[in-house]
Design a protein around this ligand. Structure first.
Ligand code: PGA
Length: 252
């Protein structure tokens, strides 16, 4: 029902040449993966080149961010959604914890970016997740619930059907400390219940919820065997063709 998504977030890694080498190596390794959707988010300067190289393949592309603005104008440093589509993006990651913690992306900003993405027909991958301090205080569901309330504020059912949620506990990102499958499942279940309460059961059943945070070839199958985990958003292990291909081709 919910087709899994394995998404790679290259963050601020790889020059154009490295990006092309990676895509060239990856394509044959994932050519037979028809049971998952594959999405890669290169840095802006590489998107057009790698998307051109991957044309006709089963790899889709995402941007790592988007402007809140929907009209071209004097917004130095910003990139508008139609520009992302123009270079081959179908998806966009919004509200990654690094953007939230280092670049001032509050949930209000995330909400505006969601609307901008949806306005242009891009599929937003909206990220939520608690810090270690918040989890230790037993507040993880409150925090994620608030992030969802604010980030998805005003979305229609139809817009939610085009959106993807990624649960990324901040303490698990880039730390090698993955959430256990049970910890991840508990939060994914909570997010699905939130979707059911805010929208309805049909939306809750249809929405893909990805897990992110130190997903590696040796833990992906256990995570994916949980009923509410519909894919992975991967940083470190997405940077090499072999490890990313292992994630895409995980044992079901
Ligand atoms: P990681 O990053 O896989 O390196 O932990 C995940 C992410 O930031 O999306």
């Amino acid at each position: 029902m919910r087709k899994p998504i394995i998404a790679g977030n290259w963050k601020m890694f790889k020059l154009v040449g490295d990006s092309v080498a990676m895509i060239t190596a990856l394509k044959p390794l994932v050519a037979n993966a028809s049971q998952v959707e594959i999405v890669i988010a290169p840095p802006y300067p590489s998107i057009k080149t790698v998307a051109d190289r991957a044309e006709g393949s089963n790899i889709q592309f995402a941007a790592q961010d988007i402007s809140t603005e929907i009209k071209h104008g004097a917004h130095t440093g910003e990139v508008c959604g139609d520009m992302l589509k123009d270079v081959g993006c179908t998806h966009v990651i919004i509200g990654h914890s690094e953007r939230r913690s280092m670049y001032g992306d509050t949930s209000q900003v995330v909400n505006r970016k969601m609307r901008a993405a949806l306005n242009f027909g891009l599929a937003p991958i909206v990220c939520v997740g608690e810090t270690l301090e918040e989890r230790d205080a037993g507040r993880e569901q409150d925090v994620v619930g608030n992030q969802l309330d604010e980030s998805l504020s005003g979305l229609t059912r139809e817009e939610m059907l085009r959106s993807i949620v990624a649960y990324e506990p901040v303490w698990a990102i880039g730390t090698g400390r993955t959430a256990t499958p049970a910890q991840a499942q508990e939060m994914h279940r909570f997010i699905r219940q939130w979707l059911s309460a805010r929208f309805d059961n049909q939306i809750a059943d249809a929405t893909r919820i990805l897990y992110g945070g130190s997903v590696k070839p040796d833990n992906v199958s256990d995570l994916m065997s949980e009923p509410d985990i519909d894919g992975a958003l991967v940083g470190g292990a997405s940077l090499e063709a072999e490890s990313f291909a292992k994630l895409v081709n995980y044992n079901r």
